[in-house]
Structure formats: C-alpha cells, structure tokens
Unconditional design. Sequence first.
Length: 74
Amino acid sequence: MPAKSPRINVVLEEPLYSAIERLAKRDKVSLSLKVRDLVREALEIEEDISLSTFAQCREKSFKKGASLNHDEVW
C-alpha cells in the first residue's frame, strides 16, 4: 500500500538525532511527527525572515507624499 504523504529519508548526526528523540519523548509523539513539526516551524521562520526583508526594502522606498491617506482609501 503506497504512503498517503510524500516521505523523505534523512541522515542525522547522533547529537541531533538524540535531541529530536528527547523532544519527541517529552511531547509523547513519534520521531516522524516531531521532525515534521520542526521542519514546519523552520519553514515558517524562513518565511518570516523573507517577509521582513521584503518589508524593509519597501520601507526604504516609501514616500509619504505619494501615499494615500485613510479617507482616500475608504
């Protein structure tokens, strides 16, 4: 029976594996679920960094005189 979700095999150094194993035991979840959650969290952090960088670039080019005020928007 094929797996419902795509899978990835990963080779980890022993300290990293042990750390994930401890976290999984603490949270009473499988290693697979803990790794999935950690990857999801890492991707969210990466997205936040990218959006922050984008916002900083936009902020540098912002010209108050060219922007619309509240009444003009609504």
